[in-house]
Design a protein around this ligand. Structure first.
Ligand code: ADP
Length: 544
């Protein structure tokens, strides 16, 4: 017997409509490329988004068309999320940190029709425009007074909106209609597209609103440092309006002092981002001898949050929520919201638990398997490749049959490429990306574990462990580190520091000091480039 309930399509436009009606005076506060702080409520945002939708239709944008954005976090980018998807087109966010070659590949692969850009990236587009689709319409996201001279024949965002009706009956269509497109940053080869749907986006927003953060109230301010071009800022532009929270958008200035000031001025409660950005903020907190007023929570994901970073924030009274996910998962997979029994443990044990990647989100199933695909127990010991499935996980890559062929197992689960264990309480422990594990003498060494321990040394500002080929052991770990100051501890000193946590054979064979580590477009250490950088490096015991 079927239930007798109505069924309404889950559409992104309903999120903004809801926010304007139920949380109308919560705000989007943006540090603009124009240089000032701009504020508008959800009511105003809904009206401007309606204007944008009419303008897009005027430009000939239709259901299923791809519309590209190249922009920082800000209210206009937020309006584009809703305006583009609201009329059934696809909001394709592009990462400005990609190489010109990758940008050209992605735009042509996606066949974008209209291109919205911040003033900052006009020169980037001018440099590649001859390699992009010829009939592209460009729009610069600013007003007439700030329009840069350009060779893109670009339209002006504010002029486009002017005079358009500020209300709209959002079109209704199937909830499985595509809404957003985001390419992986290519740490694992050619960028691959994850094509989100209205249904997956709305469900993901609901899941995320339940677990990310320790309970927000309408009007609380959340600051996504994670860019809107990186998996939709982890879905926050969709979950924040549902929760009625205000968003503080940092624009282009993501350095420690700028973030500190914005968070302090706006009394930001919670900030979200990858570990790299928190290094800058942590230094500024140290320099000022205090945290930004009201700053109570930080959500860290995208790569493993170093234990020393978690400890540092917690000692300042900032609650760390460690999360794990992927572009292919919209991105949320697990979250570190702690149950009461952890909160009752001593500080050390709490930090231990927070260093894990947390427990699964409702709507995401996890399994770990051995090399033959057999399921492994969730006992905290057995480690294997992590597979996921759920309503906000991709079922295929966008127009990429080749990559899609190998991404799923026989039961249709998506292979994350991460190696992990899961304990009896459901806590996920990401040990490494499969390709970053160091295989020595038939045993695996986790590069994340070594990095975590090395980072706890006061002289190490940042580091990464890579595997170097060895004729006898197969591979050996080498630590590449950036010094915090003038002190550069010897390998012996590092061994002493690390030996409490590792067997002798697991310790790095060498330590190489560098001025900086290569980063990926999403702010993670690029082990691919690091391996290239040290391709000719010889291990100490192999030097003649
Ligand atoms: P890309 O695959 O292009 O680098 P993603 O942002 O989708 O972009 O990266 C997802 C990967 O990042 C995961 O598979 C995992 O290896 C890593 N990752 C994300 N969050 C964490 C975390 N909290 N701890 C460890 N690794 C993480």
């Amino acid at each position: 017997m079927e239930g007798m309930m109505m069924q309404q399509a889950l559409l992104i436009s309903d999120i903004l409509k809801y926010a304007a009606e139920a949380h109308g005076d919560s705000e989007i506060i943006s540090a603009r490329t124009e240089g000032d702080i701009h504020r508008q409520t959800y009511i105003e945002t809904a009206a401007r988004t309606a204007q944008l939708a009419h303008a897009l239709e005027g430009l000939g944008v239709k259901l299923g068309d791809r519309v590209a954005t190249l922009a920082w976090n800000g209210y206009r980018h937020f309006e584009l999320y809703y305006g583009i998807s609201g009329i059934g087109a696809i909001c394709h966010t592009l990462n400005p940190r990609l190489s010109a070659e990758q940008l050209i590949y992605i735009v042509n692969h996606a066949e974008d029709k209209v291109f919205f850009t911040d003033t900052t990236f006009v020169p980037v587009l001018e440099a590649v425009k001859d390699h992009l689709p010829k009939d592209m319409t460009y729009v610069v996201m600013t007003d007439r007074a700030h329009m840069p001279d350009n060779t893109l024949n670009a339209l002006c965002y504010e002029e486009l909106l002017e005079g358009q009706p500020d209300s709209i009956d959002w079109p209704q269509f199937d909830e499985n209609t595509a809404s957003g497109l985001c390419y992986t940053s290519g740490t694992t080869g050619h960028p691959k597209g994850a094509l989100y749907s209205h249904r997956s986006t709305v469900l993901h927003a609901l899941y995320a609103a339940l677990v990310l953060g320790n309970g927000y109230k309408p009007g609380d301010k959340i600051l996504p440092v994670v860019p809107q071009f990186h998996v939709n800022a982890w879905g926050l532009p969709y979950s924040a309006p549902l929760m009625g929270t205000s968003l503080v958008m940092p624009g282009a200035a993501l350095d420690g002092p700028s973030l500190f000031k914005l968070m302090d001025d706006e009394k930001v409660l919670s900030a979200w981002g990858v570990p790299t950005v928190w290094l800058g903020l942590s230094n500024e907190i140290k320099a000022q001898g205090r945290k930004p007023e009201n700053f109570a929570e930080v959500v860290i994901g995208g790569s493993a949050a170093p234990r020393s970073m978690i400890e540092g924030f917690e000692k300042q009274g900032v609650d760390v929520i460690h999360a794990w996910g992927m572009t292919e998962m919209s991105p949320l997979g697990t979250h570190g919201k702690m149950p009461p029994w952890v909160k009752n443990q001593n500080f050390e044990e709490q930090i231990n638990k927070k260093s894990l990647q947390g427990r699964r989100v409702f709507g995401v199933d996890l399994k770990i398997t051995d090399e033959d695909g057999n399921k492994l127990p969730h006992d905290g010991e057995a480690a294997g490749e992590l597979f996921v499935r759920g309503n906000a996980v991709i079922s295929s890559y966008y127009n990429n049959a080749e990559a899609s062929k190998t991404a799923f197992d026989a039961e249709g689960w998506f292979g994350t490429g991460d190696v992990a264990s899961i304990d009896a309480q459901g806590f996920l422990n990401i040990q490494d990306r499969a390709k970053d594990l160091v295989k020595s003498g038939g045993e695996w060494i986790s590069s994340i574990d070594l990095e975590n321990t090395a980072m706890a040394h006061a002289a190490v500002a940042n580091c990464a462990v890579i595997a170097i080929a060895h004729p006898k052991w197969d591979e050996r770990p080498v630590l590449v580190a950036v010094a915090a100051g003038d002190e550069k501890p010897s390998l012996e000193e590092m061994h002493t520091h690390m030996s409490e946590h590792f067997a002798k054979w697991q310790l790095p064979d060498d330590i190489l000091w560098v001025d900086e580590l290569p980063m990926t477009a999403t702010g993670k250490v690029s082990k691919l480039n690091l391996r290239k950088q040290f391709a000719d490096y010889q291990l100490p015991d192999l030097r003649s």
